[in-house]
Ligand binder design. Structure first.
Ligand code: PBG
Length: 320
């Protein structure tokens, strides 16, 4: 008797019946970049098809996406240099344009899940995720700012707080600050295994948030390490994280699988800016079929074990 695996591939009907993985629009969180000027709309050079949006344009974008079945959004602020300082004080100023916009977004779309990033880099004159002193990134001093930042976002009605800074102990610290203030319902999606990756370049262009000196290797993880992700995940689970995230996604599919196999928490993967840019650039040159490689990429991230995908492809995929 011959075992013939091709029998299960012989028609579209049978192939779809035995298909193991599906990507749905409800799996996505769509990252958005907010500009201060309400009516502006500026494309990100290194991310064709992705725009920095003023509040009015962003409300329209969210409405369009909701109609396509995308219900979750991660909103990042583009902060002008004049607002940046060493201690990232605007990061917890509820009068800042970002916080005011977050409130408005939640008022207009109470049914959407809105996520925000917690880290100092967009608001820091040093462009680092923590406080810099004599070239060092201070851990425990940074926690205090992160706590204030998370609290200020919760006060705007944010559903999910995403600590992306990789300071030690931040998930537990933020959980305590939120709980003490009565925000026990606000979720934490921890950037659990966030690697010191070169794939964040286009994002830093979009936000103008690149480090002014040095790199992020003393806090973000070494791309060579897999087992270390288990240490980070153990801590995040103990400290009360509701979701565990791996970032980037494509070059770290093994880490996604590792966390999926070892934890019951939902696993998120951040299909980052550089991963988006690669496909766009190759497609612009006519070297790859964009829709096909986009679908295959998202499928691979889900197949590796991601329950949730943060991706700039969200809207284009939903339109397909
Ligand atoms: C901020 C932050 C970064 C990204 C998400 N949050 C940049 C960084 O850590 O340098 C990257 C997202 C992307 O590349 O799409 N800490």
């Amino acid at each position: 008797m011959d075992i013939r695996p091709r029998r299960n591939r012989k028609s579209a009907a049978i192939r779809s019946m035995v298909e193991e993985t599906q990507v749905k629009t409800s799996d996505f969180i769509f990252p958005l970049f907010l500009l201060e000027e309400p009516r502006s709309k500026v494309e990100v050079d290194s991310m064709p098809g992705i725009y920095r949006l003023g509040l009015e344009a962003m409300l329209q974008e969210i409405e369009d996406c909701m109609k396509l079945g995308i219900k979750s959004f991660d909103v990042f602020p583009v902060v002008n240099d004049q607002y940046k300082d060493k201690l990232a004080t605007r990061s917890y100023d509820t009068n800042f344009f970002y916080h005011q916009a977050l409130k408005k977004i939640k008022q207009e779309f109470p049914e959407a899940a809105i996520m925000t990033d917690v880290a100092l880099d967009p608001y820091s004159s040093d462009g680092h995720d923590g406080i810099v002193q004599d070239g060092k990134i201070l851990n425990d001093e940074t926690l205090e700012v992160l706590g204030k930042q998370a609290l200020s976002q919760a006060e705007c009605g944010i559903d999910i707080i995403g600590p992306s800074d990789m300071m030690d102990g931040r998930v537990g610290y933020i959980r305590e600050v939120l709980d003490d203030a009565g925000f026990t319902d606000v979720s934490i999606m921890s950037y659990t295994a966030k690697y010191a990756s070169a794939f964040y370049g286009p994002f830093r262009d979009a936000l103008d948030s690149a480090p002014k000196s040095g790199d992020k290797k003393t806090y973000q993880m070494n791309p060579a390490n897999q087992r270390e992700a288990l240490i980070e995940a153990d801590l995040d689970v103990d400290e009360g994280a509701d979701f565990l995230m791996v970032k980037p996604a494509l070059a770290y599919l093994d880490v996604i699988k590792l966390l999926k196999d070892n934890y019951a928490q939902p696993i998120a993967a951040y299909n980052v800016s550089g991963e988006y840019a690669m496909l766009k650039a190759a497609a612009e040159k006519g070297w790859l079929d964009y829709d096909a490689v986009m679908s295959e990429t998202l499928l691979s991230i889900k197949r590796a074990g991601a329950d949730i995908i943060l991706t700039y492809h969200a809207k284009e995929f939903a339109k397909l």
